[in-house]
Write a protein that binds this ligand. Structure first.
Ligand code: 13P
Length: 282
């Protein structure tokens, strides 16, 4: 049973009902993250409402009946139009939010506003927003604001360059330790790490699955050090950067808990194939 269009989410799972209210997720509400998580980051696409609705409809059809979990992150302007019932394995995500709850903050979007239109997840710290001036401290505030609003965080990290000496790991560690500062042991389970090395975003080639495994283990180890080992082992680490229907499975086999997909999420057929492949490993 599921109707997210009216701001109330009721999900029936094998043995429990989970309930979220209009202003976010109430105590006890859980989304099962123990499936492969496929995130569609539409970025600033498409340009018209009919195109956005058509793309969304296409992705809905592809997600239906699949075992993986799909999160669609359209530009905020389309979010309020993506109404109607949707499969229980498909959720909406924002692409960014303000670190401030409400008030005189022209041009920004509140995490509470996202929650009020049925959004359960939000990207934060994407390299494309970091490039426009966001630093780790601001991202940390946004992470905590999203958690306070009851959302789940898709926390993007990734190094600018890869060097042979492994200095890039220091950059990853810094992004994690500042970005998660003050996030409690309880709340960290609502943070999903999206690892996107910058050279692979929007480029011609993805990272290699082997390199991803290495970085993912490092991320889990670092979270283990920041919290405790078990929390690190259980942390969800997604891979992003030039994911397509041909390479998606390689990253899942390499241990990715999911994928953050840019360009390929704008093609419902190709994205559908990624969701279906992820279903095999969910
Ligand atoms: P591409 O998949 O287009 O490389 O984009 C990756 C990305 O930035 C997803 O957030």
């Amino acid at each position: 049973m599921d109707d997210k269009s009216i701001g109330i989410t009721v999900q029936q799972t094998e043995n429990s009902f989970w309930l979220a209210d209009f202003f976010g997720i109430i105590e006890g509400m859980k989304i099962n993250l123990n499936k492969k998580i496929i995130v569609a980051n539409w970025k600033m696409n498409p340009l018209s409402k009919p195109s956005a609705l058509a793309l969304y409809q296409g992705l809905l059809e592809k997600a239906k009946g699949q075992k993986s979990l799909t999160i669609v992150c359209p530009p905020a302007v389309w979010l309020g139009f993506l109404t109607g019932s949707r499969p229980t394995n498909l959720y909406l995500g924002g692409q960014n939010c303000s670190e401030i709850k409400e008030g005189a903050v022209t041009g920004e979007i509140s995490a509470w506003q996202l929650a009020s239109v049925g959004v359960d997840f939000c990207l934060v710290g994407h390299s494309e927003t970091r490039r426009r001036g966001e630093d780790d401290l601001l991202i940390n505030q946004k992470v905590k604001t999203l958690l306070k609003a009851g959302l789940m965080v898709l926390f993007c990290i990734g190094e600018k360059e890869r060097d042979r000496e492994g200095k890039y790991l220091e950059e990853i560690k810094k992004q994690l330790s500042i970005g998660l500062k003050g996030v409690s042991k309880k709340d960290i389970s609502r943070v999903i790490i999206c690892y996107e090395p910058l050279f692979a975003i929007g480029g011609k080639r993805a990272d290699t699955p082997e390199e991803f495994t290495h970085s993912s283990l490092f991320i889990k180890k670092t979270i283990g050090q920041l919290y405790k080992a078990k929390i690190g082992q259980e942390a969800k680490v997604l891979y992003g950067g030039s994911v397509n229907k041909n390479n998606a499975e390689d990253f899942l086999i390499a241990g990715a808990d999911g994928l953050l997909v840019g360009r390929e999420s704008l093609k419902s057929s190709a994205f559908g194939q990624i969701i279906a492949k992820a279903g095999k490993y969910s």
